[in-house]
Design a protein around this ligand. Sequence first.
Ligand SMILES: [Zn+2]
Length: 463
Amino acid sequence: MKITLYGAAGDVTGSAYYVQTDSGSILVDFGVFQGGKEAELRNRKLPPIDVQRLDSVVLTHAHLDHTGRLPLLVKSGYRNPVYATPATIEVSALILYDSAKVKKLDVERVNRKMSRAGRAHVQPLYSSDDVDAVLKLFTPIPYNEPVAVAPGMSIRALEAGHILGSASIELTVVENAKKKVVVFSGDLGPLGMAILKDPAPLRFADLVFLESTYGDRDHRSLKDTLIEGETVIRQAVNEKGKILVPSFAVGRTQQLLYYLAAAFHKGNFPHFPVYLDSPMAIEATKIYMKHVELYDEEALELSRSGELITDLSHVNISTTPEESKALNDVEGPCMIIAGSGMCNAGRILHHLRHNLWLPETSVIIVGYQAEGTLGRQLVDGAKKVRIFGETITVKAQIHLLGGLSAHAGQSDLLRWFDVMAPSNPKVVLSHGEDRGRKPLSELISLRYGIAAVLPEYGDVIER
Ligand SMILES: [Zn+2]
């Protein structure tokens, strides 16, 4: 068996594992590279996969860096199943259509420039028609049950606790009458995250691909994070300002709503309106609310008793652009949750333009802010920023709330691996930059005497 890494090897985007045996081949994930022009160029060139002979694709979860190159695969003639859990299928459809829409708008803007310069137009990476074609191939799989995915290959999906529907994939390969087990951790969530169950441990593997995004550190504890969040919100409410929360539509927003519900439920928390100003987050929240079978015990209890809905009665949704615009005239205190999570696009930009110059405004940053984004500038304490070509003075208070990551920190990664370690698997650390994977590999070597492989793009792992 040969497994080639066509992404997430030394970085955290573009997850793609190409598994080939004598009798068949599959892909586990086929995500896009993200982060600037270079990533776009990498996405346009398909890796050397024999699409005609590819038996199936298996997805760990719906994030674009795990699903975003599927439309390209279909464009190049792929027509076999794409296996994923039902929730992953629903969330993937939402994310892929949104991505196609963003690409269309981007290309239209670029092509207006091209027209003015008398140059040829560019084509988007894929369109919503290509996403339609991907959706036709989606085939739901249950958690915890074996599913045949290619001759001599079967998989089992196990809870990964990262976003709704996320799974680790246990692949069993029978080759030359020998059985081998390969585990793909997928993105693993932290233990104790709200709503979702904790990642399921696996006891045995001959080979494991372990994500290493935060292999170098632990997050701030959830408890401390929530206490800090409450303090910031109380202060902002006292000052009667707007609380702006740039948030990712899938996962982070639902976690936030859940913690807000818990705070309101305690009774001594000030009441203020919350506006969910993101059509995509609204859709994602509907999918989250539908899949109660994926909830942990606490969330299930709150959902069954109806408390979750009661405690979220302050949440208003803004679906249309007009509803979003109307929020400019709403008086504080109130909270506006809007995308994008890194403030580089989306409705949050309008709210920032209208409110950053006001000292009573609070901005609560709840996620990772990549280099070069507006979110990063705010976190770094910029006094002036540019939004829609306008210079805006930053008088608002910017708060960075750590601890709400959807990724396991170092200790949780090791806890997950610890259960499997006695089976002495070959370890490949994927989905991590050197900063994350090197310290993790040192710890794995120290504790278990296993020398982990730190792959590069195109590296082949044999077993
Ligand atoms: Zn992910």
